[in-house]
Design a protein around this ligand. Structure first.
Ligand SMILES: NC(=O)c1ccc[n+]([C@@H]2O[C@H](COP(=O)([O-])OP(=O)(O)OC[C@H]3O[C@@H](n4cnc5c(N)ncnc54)[C@H](O)[C@@H]3O)[C@@H](O)[C@H]2O)c1
Length: 192
């Protein structure tokens, strides 16, 4: 299948796991693909690896520029780079909070911001953000617990394993995603 022939995609966190599988799939379907990753070693020859930390705006801008210079265009961004984190609100400090939000949430906005001038020129622009089922499944569970127990349990108050940093970052991402989907004209961007 070559339905992505002629298109160019960036996949953040594209050097392992879901990101690598996505990068390979897009490439197998005809897209030129660049994997932006902290550690881009070991990628297949036909995927361009670029060392980038998505928490660093200058690195993100430079990587997007390199991709556009090399391929001449940019059509698809897969915001997939993400980190997990352990601990609840009582156990972790500001640095852990900020790191998770910086990579999982602001990282997505950073890459989208730097890519958007190029995406606006594409006839098939798309941004895909990798989120997690915990964004809504855990909230639902926490809500159910809050209703069941009259002890003031809330998303932040219920005991482990709820209210993990990762879960909270995914919830924010999910809500941002819904906001983007409803606010961007779909004729300009596909956002999934
Ligand atoms: N694997 C799961 O079960 C699961 C479940 C829910 C959500 N997710 C989400 O899917 C995405 C991919 O998950 P995965 O399991 O494939 O993870 P993974 O750890 O295998 O891959 C993540 C990649 O992101 C890169 N990365 C991490 N921080 C980065 C940064 N600051 N800048 C650039 N690259 C960075 C890593 O080097 C790595 O290659 C993540 O966003 C994760 O939150 C995964």
């Amino acid at each position: 299948m070559s339905d992505f022939a002629g298109l160019v995609a960036i996949v953040t966190g594209g050097a392992s796991g879901i990101g690598l599988a996505t990068a390979k799939l897009l490439n197998s379907r005809g897209a030129g693909v660049a994997a932006l990753d902290l550690n881009p070693d070991g990628l297949p020859d036909d995927i361009v690896g670029i060392e980038v930390d998505v928490t660093d705006d200058a690195q993100v801008k430079s990587a997007v520029d390199v991709v556009v210079e090399r391929f001449g265009r940019l059509d698809v961004v897969v915001n997939n780079a993400g980190i997990s984190a352990v601990g609840d609100v009582a156990a972790n400090g500001d640095d852990e909070w900020l790191r998770v939000l910086d990579v999982n949430v602001v990282g997505m906005a950073r890459v989208a911001r730097r890519a958007s001038p190029h995406l606006r020129r594409s006839p098939a622009a798309a941004i895909v953000n990798t989120c997690s089922i915990v964004a809504w499944a855990v909230i639902k569970t926490a809500d159910a617990l809050s209703r069941r127990f009259a002890n003031g349990a809330s998303l932040l108050g219920v005991p482990s394993p709820f209210a993990k940093w990762f879960t909270l970052s995914q919830t924010i991402l999910y809500d941002m995603q819904n906001t983007f989907i409803h606010r961007f004209p779909r004729s300009q961007f596909d956002i999934a």
